[in-house]
Design a protein around this ligand. Sequence first.
Ligand code: SF4
Ligand code: SF4
Length: 443
Amino acid sequence: MDLVDQSEVSAKFIRVEANRCVSCGLCLPHCPTYRLTMSEADSPRGRIQMMNGVASGHIPLNKKFVQHMDRCLTCRACESVCPNNVVYGQLIDEARAMIIASPVTIKSSTLAKKNKLRVFLEKELIAKPGRLDVLRSPIRLSQKIGLQQWLQQLNFLKKTKIQSLISQLPPVMEPCASTIDQKTSAVGWEETYPAIGKQRGEVGLFLGCVARLADAVTINSAIYVLNRLGYKVHVPSAQTCCGAIHQHGGDVVMGALLTRQNLQVFETLNIHTIITTASGCGVQLKEGNVGQTNMASEHNDETGFTLTITDVSRFLVTAEGWDDVEIASLPCQVAVHDPCSLSNVLHGQSYPYILLARIPSLRISSLAGNDQCCGAAGTYFFDQPEMASKLQADKLSAVKQSKARYIATSNIGCSMYIASGLQTTDVEVLHPVTLLARQMGIQ
Ligand code: SF4
Ligand code: SF4
């Protein structure tokens, strides 16, 4: 599909869907960007009206329009409260696709301002994440010898985007080994991890792109817990990035392609469920899977996948085998941060709390301000650092007030962004399944 056709597909969808908005304004108090700027143009209602105006040719696709679209976090808090079920998430994705396809505004768009290096990295590294594993050893070495901390302190890097990326990278871990002798796969993880004891089922585990490097600890923990509950875990090496970065960056065609590629890989296995440990990836795989999106219906001609895509906490809450494991007590406080993707889209925000409640003596609370995005929002913290840092500051202040020892969150993007603001404290940000695996004895 060429850019003109793509622009028209996006505009057509916007014209139909935007007309379903009745301008009631119920979504406005839930929108983080509206709360920050108090501008109608930074509210969902305002953005929908502007998208419709541009898609209908009534207002120009100019710098102002692009700025207000760029400022949207795609947190979808508006969508979750809309009484008319306007699918805002698809609207903003299509608006960005329309911007990318437009020769008029290309110079003023954050999306279009991506330099050649970033476009190259998204295409050659993020979309082919097996290559990220090559970086694991050099990054581990740089962390071991203190290079990462040294780079963070360099004056000329202070407050730059590079420094922001470096400061967010947590200690990089190695993939775990299987308990039986298996051929090591090309991605570092083995193709299968057998159940320990009686096998109760088989599941697929999605690695993601950034997560496979920055969040191996969560992936290893998920495998550890699933194996001990009696589930054989498949980790196919042919899986790739979920496509969310491309989808929300206006490249809906690449987003759909990557989603489909993953589902095809998992469809060949003897499983019914794909488990995700990052709720952002879960949304992308799930929405592509059920074919609800314009992306799937217009840009993707194959939507007949049958697998269930489930967040790891949700799966574990209903899993069997708990009577066969021991969980050590932990007399500490954990505050749970609800990622937007988990609460506003997957509606699975209750499961991390239920899962953590399996740890004896753990005191569990909800982080104040959980209805507002933390500012990470995929690459938003990188593209819109001023807006993002205001949202991050609210989150850090909520963490301080909580007096919690641990902050549990189910999305690696949120985890890294919140943790980067807590480096001088002893508060630890981690996935709920990581805390659980520790209490079950993971080393
Ligand atoms: S997705 Fe989030 S930031 Fe964007 S309009 Fe909706 S509530 Fe506001
Ligand atoms: S709540 Fe829904 S219908 Fe009302 S203004 Fe927001 S998007 Fe439009």
